[in-house]
Design a protein around this ligand. Structure first.
Ligand code: ATP
Ligand code: MG
Length: 249
């Protein structure tokens, strides 16, 4: 685990953008995460794959400060963030696109997007809004439409756009392809790739392991709360255990 987890570029001195170490977390007396470690370097796309109930969503909720840790540490850009309130973690530069999107159905597209900037005090919000409407033209067309009336794929774009409104350095996404038509999934993944080329780091949880591993640089495999495998994405695509359990081969 640790050898494969080392930086591929041979520069171990700089802190990772995101680093989880020995994270234990759960619900009540039940530990779901049994001491997991994971890192995301600046500008990297990393995917976390695993079966239903493995603990992927719990991992993301620990990072975004929605679930507390029992033990272990989480650092972002070198600073300990575990235990900070969720809005402080957003302010540090971590934005989450939650499982099931969780857009505000009775607010318009524009209002939903504006909500994403609630932690910001700078003057760049209007410019970022324009940029996001250009990134997702369908949202621009539907800017006055209520969020709840958008299609699944459009809602996913809205959730991504809302997360981007906090101007994150790391975007964490939980199952962005779920309930989205294949054509829109392709578009959404293309957009994630484009955002990444502009410097955004992404931690992607995705049921469609093939799609995720094709987009990501590295991946982690989580099985019942334990990290069992990590490697460069193209190697995981070839790994017998991954092929059998997650690629249906
Ligand atoms: N609020 C909760 N209370 C109690 N147990 C929970 C709660 N949320 C999740 N769990 C349990 O924690 C475990 C991990 O759940 P989690 O949602 O993190 O898995 P996941 O990997 O995201 O699964 P999926 O692929 O189905 O989204 C599961 O056994 C689940 O039943
Ligand atoms: Mg989940």
């Amino acid at each position: 685990m640790s050898a494969a987890d080392q930086r591929a570029d041979g520069q171990p001195d700089a802190p990772a953008l995101l680093e989880l170490s020995g994270v234990v977390a759960g619900y009540g007396a039940i530990s779901v995460l049994k001491g997991i470690s994971l890192r995301v370097e600046a500008g990297e796309i990393v995917t976390l794959i695993g079966a239903n109930g493995a603990g992927k969503t719990t991992t993301l909720m620990c990072i975004s400060g929605v679930r507390p840790l029992t033990s272990g540490t989480i650092h972002f850009a070198g600073a300990a963030i575990a235990g900070l309130p969720a809005h402080e973690i957003v302010r540090c530069g971590v934005a989450q696109v939650p499982e099931g999107r969780k857009i505000f159905p009775r607010l318009t597209v524009l209002e939903n997007l504006t909500m994403g900037a609630f932690t910001r005090r700078d003057g760049g919000v209007a410019g970022d809004l324009e940029r996001i409407l250009q990134l997702f033209p369908v949202l621009a067309e539907r800017r006055r439409q209520l969020g709840g009336t958008l299609s699944g794929g459009e809602q996913q774009m809205l959730a991504i756009g809302r997360a981007l409104m906090s101007r994150p350095r790391l975007l964490i996404m939980d199952e962005p392809s779920m309930g989205v038509a294949p054509l829109l999934v392709a578009k959404i993944f293309e957009t994630i790739g484009r955002l990444n080329r502009d410097g955004l780091a992404v931690l992607l949880v995705e049921q469609n392991a093939r799609l995720a591993l094709k987009l990501a640089r590295r991946g982690y495999v989580l099985e019942t709360g334990t990290m069992v495998l990590t490697d460069r994405a193209e190697r995981l695509l070839d790994h017998p255990r991954v092929r059998e359990a997650y690629l249906g081969e």
